[in-house]
Design a protein around this ligand. Sequence first.
Ligand code: TPP
Ligand code: MG
Length: 373
Amino acid sequence: MSSAFSATKIIQPRPLKSTSRSPDKAFFDPLKTSTASASASSSSSSSFLGSTHKLRLHFNSAAAHTRRRSTSVVAVSDVVKDKKLKSTSSLSNLLITKSEGLELYEDMVLGRSFEDMCAQMYYRGKMFGFVHLYNGQEAVSTGFIKLLNKEDCVVSTYRDHVHALSKGVPARSVMSELFGKATGCCRGQGGSMHMFSKQHNLLGGFAFIGEGIPVATGAAFTSKYRREVLKEADCDHVTLAFFGDGTCNNGQFFECLNMAALWKLPIVFVVENNLWAIGMSHLRATSDPQIWKKGPAFGMPGVHVDGMDVLKVRQVAKEAIARARRGEGPTLVECETYRFRGHSLADPDELRDPAEKACLRKRSHRCIEKIHD
Ligand SMILES: Cc1ncc(C[n+]2csc(CCOP(=O)(O)OP(=O)(O)O)c2C)c(N)n1
Ligand SMILES: [Mg+2]
C-alpha cells in the first residue's frame, strides 16, 4: 500500500517552544513576529492586539517558508507516521497521466473564467446580492473534488461556485442560479451562497460559517450507518467538508472533529487557509495558527499542504479520501492558499498589503507552469 503521507518528508508536530529552525514555526510564529513588530513600530498603539505592520513582517517569513518547501506534505501527525508503508518517491506520487492533467487544468480554468465573468456581471449591475469569489483557491477544489465518485458528497461555504463546478454541476445551471433564474440548480431560490444539487451530491453552500460542517458530518454518518447497520456493503461514500481558516475558531468545527474521530466517520475536513477572514488576519486571530495540529488532538491525522499546487493537493487528497473509504476514519487537511479578490465583490480589498497580494499571485503562476510542463 502506498501512501502520500508517508512518501514525503515527515515533520513531527513540534511543541510551541520549538526553535526558529522549524519551517512551520517560521511561518506561524505570532510571538516572534510580535517581537519584531514591537521593535519596528514606534507607536505603542500599533502593537495593541497585533497591528497590520506586524502582519507584513509575518508575510515575508511566510513567503520564505514557501520557497524552501519541496515536498507536498509539510507536516503530518504521528497517527499517519505510525503506518510503516513501502517507500515510494514523492516524485512518482505526483505523476499523473496526460488526460488527468488536462482534466485538472480544464477544471481550474473553468473555475477561474466562470468567476471572472461573475465579477463582470456584478460590476455591470446585472447580478445582485452577496457574491464571494474563489479566485486563487482553485487548486484545492480541483485537487480534492476531481478524485470523488458521483455518490460522494461535498459540503461548501458561501464561496461555493467552484466547488459546484468541480463536482459536475453544469456551469449553465450555476450561472442561472446566480441570476435567480428558474433554470438554476436551486430554481433560482438559493443564489450565490446556497448552491445545492441532489443529483451531484452537492449538499449545499452555507452562509453562516461552520454551518456546513455538522451537515457534512451527518452525511458521513449516514454513509457509515448504511454500510454497518443497514448492511449495504457497497456504501463506501466519502464526504468532503470545505471551510476557511476563520471558521476553525468556531465551536462547530471542534464538535464535529470529535464526533468524526469518535465514530471513525468517512469524512475529510478540508481547511482552505487563505490567511484572512474578511479583514482579520488568521495570524492575529488564532492562538495556534497551525490548524492541522488540531487533528491529532482529536486522534485523527492532521496534514498541511501547499494549497496552490494542484498536484500536491491531489496527492494528499488521494490518501485522505482512500483512508476514509477504507473505513479508517477522518483526516484534517490544511491547504495553504490565498484569494486574489476581496472577501466578496462588495469588498474594496483595501486591508491586505499590495506586496502580499502580488507575491502570492506569483506563487500560483509557478504551479500552473508546472502542469504545462
Ligand atoms: C456564524 C457566523 N458568524 C459570522 C459570520 C460573518 N462572516 C462571514 S465570512 C466570515 C469570515 C470567514 O473566514 P474564513 O472562514 O477564513 O473563510 P474565507 O472567507 O476566508 O473563505 C465571517 C466571520 C458568518 N457568516 N457566520
Ligand atoms: Mg479565510
